[in-house]
Each structure stands twice: as C-alpha cells, then as structure tokens.
Design a protein. Structure first.
Length: 314
C-alpha cells in the first residue's frame, strides 16, 4: 500500500484531491501539511482540517508550513478563483475537526513521518513548493525515505497565472527550482498541459453530487471555482488539477509520462515562474542540462474521469 503525504493549499481542487486520497483503499494517508497559496496559511490549514473531518479522518496529523515564498514575498492569492476562504466562502459549512493541528511545523512533521515510516513514502505537493524545498534543503537524509514526489505544477505550453507561468510554480519559483532542478528525488510533474485535458463538465459534477452526502458536500464547495472556469473554459465545467496529480500518486501509471529536464525561470521579467521542458533528444542537449524528471502529458482521459468519479462517489 502506498503511504502518502499531501502538501496542500486548499483550495477547491485541493479539496477534491484530499477527498480522493481519503476515499482510495490503495493509499494510507499518513499526513497533510499546509502552505500559503490559493489563500493565506490560516485559511488553508483550517480548510485542510475541515476536509479531513468531512471524511471522518481525525487520525491524520496536520501541520502548517510556510506562509510566504522563500525569497520574494508577494501579496497575490487566488481568492477570485477559490473564494475569500479558499472554499467559495463555505468552509464554515464543513464539520469542525476535533483534533487540531499537530504541535509542530510542516517540515518537522514530514521529517518525523518519513523517519518513522517502515517503507518509502510518496509525497504529493499540490501547492507552492516552499515546504518541500525547505524539507529537502534542510533534511537531505530523509530523501532516501521518499518514494516519489508527484507534483501538480507548471505548464510546458503556457500558464494560468501569467501567459508564461502556472500558479503553483509562479507563487514560489525559487522553491520550485530547488525541487525540480537541483534535487534528485524521483519526481513526476503533472503540469497544466495534462490537467486541462482532464476537465470535467456540469453533467459529471451533477452525477457526482447525486452519489452521496460527502460527494454532494464536495461539489457544493465549487461555486466560485465553477464561475471562474465557466469564463476560462467557455462552458460549464471545471479543472480539478490537484486531484489529477493525486490520482497518479494513488494509481501509478494512470498518467503517461515523458522524461525530460525542466528548468524554472527565476528572473523578475514576464517569464518568472515559467517551466521550460526540454524535449530535445539527449544527444543534442548541453552537457550541464538539469536532471530529467517524468512529466505527465497524456492519459486515457475517460479512464481518469471514471477513476475520479468512482472514488469520489461516497
Ligand atoms: C494549481 O493552482 C491552484 O490554484 C490550484 O489549487 C492548483 O494547485 C493549478 O494551477
Ligand atoms: Ca493547490
């Protein structure tokens, strides 16, 4: 069974991702750590606790991490996409968890969970990569206990935050570069190129909402996000980016990957936060090209949507 830690900034698609992990028997969710991102850290942490409460998971430790990027602070959060509280203003409609946050920070919790784990652990970072960069930089000894990072982030053909950059990577490019370029932990990147293909429509959401009370609560959180995606996609539907990445963590191979080096633009110009995938043949690359990571670019899209629908129907 895959042991899984989710590092997250809930966020509506993060909510679907956490729900998916709770509802999947192939994984043991051993911890959830939070980071700033879609909204501020206090909201993302409260949302993570409440989403776990919805699934009856009092047992999963939750710890809060970074409240801002490593190097260049900025005020941008995604309230216009996810709502003022990160869950369309409806966080208060979820049950309160009896168990609060662990008495430690996100990085310390990850270190403890990795150290104590009898076998390597998969980590699914689905927000800015600040906590993960800090973990890998400060605790290199835990790397051998990480089976794989399955990261939602980036876009090889454009972004959603800017024309060049996807939100998670744009939010902390220096952290992203540390993780994607400079580290050596096996990494699968699930960029927008993949997640956008897995968009779901109104009928898919309606079917899910009718399947059970938890699914209804989850779909009920999507109002602000659905409005945003109606404009972005030009039709009723939405993109549950983070759930697509966590689906790959739960069922390795669900997404089809291509190995390539990926650079991150850390400049202050219009390309800041851009992920640049090098799809050239190995033979023609420069010698100091960064390491290769696995980038998910294709999948059986019906299989992905069916997997999400089946698992979330509770
Ligand atoms: C990513 O950015 C956030 O808004 C979502 O939660 C997801 O992690 C998509 O670009
Ligand atoms: Ca997220």
């Amino acid at each position: 069974m895959t042991r899984l830690i989710i590092d997250t900034d809930p966020g509506i698609d993060d909510a679907f991702a956490i729900a998916l992990a709770c509802a999947s028997p192939e994984v043991e969710l051993i911890g959830v750590t939070t980071v700033f991102g879609n909204v501020g850290l206090a909201h993302t942490t409260r949302n993570a606790l409440r989403l776990l409460a919805l699934y009856g998971r009092e047992d999963v430790p939750v710890a809060a991490g970074a409240d801002r990027p490593l190097v260049h602070p900025h005020a941008h959060r995604s309230r216009h996409v996810h709502g003022e509280d990160g869950l369309s203003g409806l966080s208060g409609s979820l049950p309160e968890r009896r168990t609060g946050v662990a008495g430690t920070d996100a990085v310390s919790l990850m270190v403890r969970l990795l150290d104590e784990s009898p076998e390597p652990v998969t980590i699914a970072p689905i927000g800015p990569l600040t906590n993960i960069a800090l973990l890998l930089a400060a605790h290199p000894s835990v790397q051998s206990k990480i089976e794989r990072l399955v990261i939602m982030g980036g876009g090889l053909s454009g972004g959603n935050m800017t024309a060049a950059a996807e939100f998670n990577i744009w939010s902390d490019p220096e952290a992203a570069r540390r993780v994607l370029v400079e580290e050596s932990v096996p990494t699968t990147l699930v960029p927008m190129d993949m997640t956008m293909q897995c968009s779901v429509d109104g009928a898919w959401l309606d079917q899910l909402a009718a399947s059970g009370p938890r699914a209804a609560a989850l779909v009920g959180l999507t109002a602000t996000y659905r409005t945003h995606y109606r404009s972005a996609l030009g039709r009723d539907g939405l993109v549950i980016h983070d759930a697509v990445a966590v689906a790959e963590a739960i069922r390795p191979g669900l997404l089809h990957t291509t190995a390539m080096p990926v650079e991150v633009d850390c400049g202050q110009g219009p390309a800041r936060g851009m992920t640049i995938g090098d799809r050239r043949a190995v033979e023609v690359r420069m010698q100091d090209t960064p390491r290769e990571i696995d980038v998910a670019l294709t999948a059986d899209l019906d299989e992905v949507r069916q997997f999400l629908q089946t698992r979330l129907s509770t």
